[in-house]
Design a protein around this ligand. Structure first.
Ligand code: ADP
Ligand code: GN1
Ligand code: MG
Length: 364
């Protein structure tokens, strides 16, 4: 698609939502999946082209989001909280639909912009990370009584780590881009951890790890903080809310936020697990979950951190081998850099497992 064609499609979506083409519409944020734009009229809005390669059923996804945001808003009403910014607000098209399909089959949605907030790509202080953790814990608690059977599985096997492992093996065998020779070391790192990849699925199969309604993409930039007070205002990016493990929601936040380097840092000597941030997050998460995690869940929190980091590294490696079709990349080998970074973090987490366990023992 040329730039002109892409613009024409944005304009088609803007017309469907606003009835005219607002002058101000520009790319926004740093997500890896959807195309996000900030639109300014008399108010501000977030316009997103949903990634239908990743999410093949956008209408089902919007049904999930409608249900989940409604549930969270009701909980806030019951607590007597201000509900204006407590969750995402879906804006309908002029025809009253929850999303819009343009003439070439791209799907769009609009949210109200949550005003007076900031999203962060790096942890600025341990306190901020604790606040983020408490918000993700509370999110899980708010959804503890959500009827899980009503949720569509927006990405099948999303955090099924053994399945991700098999996918990597297939990508290695097919080697469609001829990149295998370059990544033998990373492939070996993954293959040595086949048993570990099964650990949470085995605990679930044995009946000791419950499925809950979880967020499944608990990156720091999927929380909006109040720009003035620093309080957590709203959990966003609800595309992957599905049944999952609490320890993976915990773990994905650690993967992203407690790394001493950014996710795509290429100087691997800068990559390590910051144990002070691990503790800060654990403190907030346990508080947000309100004492409802089982003993097994508490025990497996450090494993969740290692699992999400390992899984994410495998997903970046798979995408690199398959020709970078899933995650947005901003430079050649971006996915390979991300994979190496995640695997370096896994190695450091393995060294620091006893310390992580001691922190959880102390806090529980
Ligand atoms: P992706 O799935 O690509 O990560 P997100 O839904 O997380 O997309 O949106 C990308 C970024 O856009 C977020 O990290 C945040 O900075 C910003 N954003 C998304 N929705 C809103 C909103 N309703 N109000 C303010 N900012 C938002
Ligand atoms: C993606 O959408 P975003 O940027 O919040 C991905 C996560 C990965 C993350 C890695 C739907 O998150 O699973 O952990 O990138 N989301 C999806 O940064 O695949
Ligand atoms: Mg996001």
């Amino acid at each position: 698609m040329t730039r002109e064609q892409a613009c024409a499609k944005i304009n088609e979506a803007l017309q469907a939502y606003f009835g005219y083409i607002p002058e101000q519409c520009a790319p926004y944020g740093s997500g890896h999946i959807n195309d996000t734009f900030l639109v300014v009229t008399d108010k501000r809005y977030i316009l997103q082209r949903m990634n239908t390669t990743v999410f093949p059923h956008p209408e089902e996804m919007m049904e999930n989001i409608h249900g989940v945001t409604g549930h969270i808003r009701q909980k806030a009403v019951k607590r007597g909280e201000d509900t204006s910014r407590v969750t995402l607000t879906v804006v309908p098209t002029k025809d009253g639909a929850c999303c819009f399909e343009d003439s070439i089959g791209s799907w769009w949605r609009v949210y109200e912009f949550v005003e007076g907030t900031v999203a962060r790509d790096v942890v600025e202080s341990a306190e901020d990370f604790t606040i983020c953790a408490e918000a993700f814990g509370k999110f899980q608690q708010d959804l503890a009584d959500y009827p899980a059977e009503k949720l569509h599985e927006t990405i099948v096997n999303f955090h099924n780590t053994p399945w991700r492992f098999e996918n990597l093996k297939k990508a290695v065998e097919k080697d469609v881009c001829g990149r295998r020779a370059e990544v033998e070391q990373e492939i070996s790192f993954a293959m040595e951890r086949e048993g570990f990849a099964r650990m949470l699925e085995e605990a679930h199969a044995a009946g000791s790890l419950p499925l809950r309604v979880t967020h499944n993409d608990t990156k720091l930039n999927n929380i909006l903080f109040d720009a003035t007070t620093g309080a957590a205002v709203c959990v966003i990016d609800l595309d992957t809310v599905m049944p999952g493990y609490s320890v993976n929601d915990f773990g994905d936040s650690i993967r992203f936020g407690a790394n001493t380097a950014v996710e795509d840092e290429t100087d691997l000597s800068k990559v390590s697990l910051d144990l002070a941030l691990f503790e800060a997050y654990a403190k907030g998460f346990l508080k947000g979950c309100g004492g409802r995690l089982t003993d097994t869940e508490l025990e497996l929190l450090p494993v969740g951190a290692m699992m999400m980091t390992f899984e994410c590294g495998m997903r970046f490696l798979t995408d690199y081998l398959e020709g970078d079709t899933y995650f947005k990349i901003h430079r050649p080998k971006h996915n390979l850099d991300r994979c190496r970074n995640q695997f370096a973090l896994v190695a450091d987490m393995e060294r620091k497992l006893p310390e992580m366990q001691a922190i959880i023992q102390k806090l529980k």
